[in-house]
Design a protein around this ligand. Structure first.
Ligand code: NAI
Length: 338
């Protein structure tokens, strides 16, 4: 955390698709709120492959290492061919092992449930996301699911520490150890051991398919969920759907040295360039970033303004049932802060 009154430099990666639209929006609001920071903008993603020969140029990693904190737009990963995911590479290179995704209703936003308040803690560095795949013979393939005791321990500890710090009451470990007895079994065994060190926090286990059913029926029963990488990825999107969609859910990739903040959503090629992307997910990620660097009052100021705008329901992007453009929403939020 920077010393008081020193300006924090933050790496800004606009990203692909709707990334530049929503990150410009977030920067405008964060600057208007008077945040004590300076942006260092660098490009990454499919758009820079021609220029740098790869989607994640070395200098991007270097600036994050220098600044320690980044706000990032979504990056496209081509399905079935081409470069490995830039997001996965970034998380692995910087050892951003914890992916934190708070899922909460926003005032005034219609959704299936009105009282969801849970946090998804997803392991970010291993599992099937290790991307170790083989074509064994024509028509026969293999993907390796890597689960280690070390990574399981630190992610479950992260979840419990988060629960203590944020006054949460329960941590639920999610698994499929009935089938993957060795890999998910190790995750679960590790979770149980870690839980013993936190007697004040309730500990619970649930099989991932049951969790999905429970979440769509009664999400209020969950508080902090801790999951391995792939389950965490899928369940995060499910949880976004519970509160009104991907345009609303922020995220943070956190390691011991660095933190990269980004929305849960992707580059949304279907709406890119139309100026209608919802800026709230990346803006809420920016709020998490401000809290991370200790600028709590600025974070709170923006959060309140967002709540005013969603509550009034007059200036909303199409995904929320409105007709507003991304920048209309930005202006409405800034107006609430004046
Ligand atoms: P997506 O999240 O980009 O889009 C899914 C649906 O949600 C689309 O209909 C889209 O229009 C809508 N949506 C997403 N964000 C929105 C917003 N802010 N406002 C309004 N509507 C929004 O997921 P998809 O289509 O599976 O992935 C597209 C690309 O994004 C892929 O290349 C994928 O690999 C990448 N991706 C990148 C992520 C990252 O950089 N962290 C995360 C997820 C996907």
């Amino acid at each position: 955390m920077p010393k008081k009154n020193t300006i924090q430099r933050v790496t800004l990666i606009p990203g692909d698709g709707i990334g530049p639209e929503v990150s410009t929006a977030a920067v405008k609001v964060i600057d208007a709120a008077g945040a004590n920071l300076e942006w260092e903008e660098v490009e990454a993603g499919v758009g820079v492959v021609q220029k740098y020969g790869k989607p994640l140029p070395d200098h991007v990693i270097e600036t994050i290492k220098k600044n320690k904190v980044a706000l990032k737009g979504p990056l496209t990963t081509i399905v079935g061919k081409g470069f490995a995911s830039v997001n996965v590479e970034l998380r692995k290179t910087l050892d951003l092992y914890a992916n934190l995704r708070p899922v909460r209703n926003l005032p005034g936003i219609a959704s299936r449930f009105g009282d969801v308040d849970l946090v998804v803690v997803r392991e970010n560095t291993e599992d099937l996301y290790a991307g170790i795949e083989h074509r064994i013979a024509p028509g026969v393939t293999q993907s390796l699911k890597i689960i280690t005791g070390k990574a399981s321990k630190r992610i479950v500890e992260f979840a419990f520490d988060y629960a203590v710090k944020h006054r949460r009451k329960k941590v639920t470990a999610v698994h499929k150890a009935n089938i993957m007895k060795i890999s998910d079994g190790l995750f679960l065994e590790t979770a149980k051991k870690v839980a013993n060190a936190y007697p004040k926090i309730k500990y619970q286990e649930v099989i991932v398919d049951n969790l999905c059913m429970q979440l769509v029926m009664r999400p209020q029963q969950y508080d902090v969920l801790v999951l391995t990488n792939l389950y965490g990825d899928i369940v995060s999107d499910l949880c976004a759907g519970l509160v009104g969609g991907l345009g609303l859910v922020p995220g943070a990739n956190i390691g011991d040295k660095y933190a990269v903040f980004e929305a849960v959503h992707g580059s949304a090629p279907d709406i890119a360039g139309k100026g209608i992307a919802n800026p709230l997910a990346i803006l809420l990620s920016g709020i998490l970033m401000l809290e991370h660097i200790g600028q709590m009052r600025t974070a709170q100021r923006i959060r309140q303004a967002i709540h005013q705008v969603t509550q009034q329901g007059k200036v909303l992007t199409p995904d929320l049932g409105g007709k507003a453009k991304t920048m209309d929403m930005v202006e409405a939020i800034i107006a609430e802060m004046k």
